[in-house]
Write a protein of this length. Structure first.
Length: 240
């Protein structure tokens, strides 16, 4: 049949010619999927047009379709395997990071392990871990001066990031980049998570990239949120 509107004539039991259109044939075949099993002789007379213009048999077309589906299935399976491998590697790196943080016995060690692991294992371009507390607070004596920041000064520069109900992902203001990373260079976009350790100590974990679209509102924050939670918990244990 060529064309969706092609009609053919067939006589009914009374000998009256009845027109049958393509849709009726299609409906009948769909309603009787085993039609060609009962009428194998019909297959031999069928031809289907090919993109090249040549005619191919129904069997050849079916084989081609099945082959294409097989290729697509193998490709999809390969993609799923690759995703599984990536997830497995990510889990391994995350496990190593968490173990390193749990083994850190001081705030300095916690800071060093975080920066090192993010840079070497996760290839994060820039990472910062800040301890925000009062200069009069005893916590201030436990960390190196460049890691510990005065909370009041921090509020003046990055107060919105500290008090944000959710992890921030997007473009930082220059004053925010300079306060967190020491410079706005290479910090076109960032993800920033804050956690309150106790009433007088808050941590700020931030990662940045020189691509302005790398961290955006569509970026998932599960990983950085998880690590921020681990850091806050470990700090509570260290400071007891």
């Amino acid at each position: 049949m060529n064309g969706a509107n092609m009609r053919s004539a067939k006589k009914n039991e009374s000998g009256v010619a009845v027109e049958i259109n393509d849709q009726q044939v299609l409906d009948h075949l769909r309603a009787n999927p085993d039609f060609f099993r009962h009428h194998p002789e019909a297959i031999a007379s069928l031809t289907l047009p090919h993109n090249s213009g040549a005619a191919v048999s129904l069997v050849e077309r079916q084989v081609a379709v099945l082959r294409e589906r097989s290729i697509q299935s193998r490709r999809k399976l390969s993609e799923l395997v690759d995703v599984a491998k990536d997830n497995d590697q990510l889990f391994g790196r995350t496990q190593a990071l968490v173990l390193a943080l749990l083994q850190a016995s001081s705030l300095d060690a916690l800071h060093t392990q975080t920066i090192s692991q993010f840079r070497n294992s996760f290839e994060v371009q820039q990472t910062a871990l800040l301890f925000l507390t009062s200069s009069k607070n005893s916590h201030g004596a436990l960390v190196a001066s460049e890691q510990c920041r005065d909370r009041q000064v921090a509020n003046e520069n990055i107060g919105q990031l500290i008090d944000a109900p959710e992890t921030f992902c997007g473009v930082l203001r220059d004053v925010e980049s300079e306060f967190i990373f020491g410079s706005s260079a290479g910090t076109a976009s960032a993800a920033v998570a804050s956690r309150e350790v106790d009433a007088e100590l808050t941590i700020l974990l931030a990662v940045a990239n020189d691509d302005s679209d790398h961290y955006s509102q569509n970026t998932g924050t599960l990983f950085i949120d998880y690590i921020a939670d681990i850091l806050a918990l470990r700090l509570q244990q260290i400071l007891k």
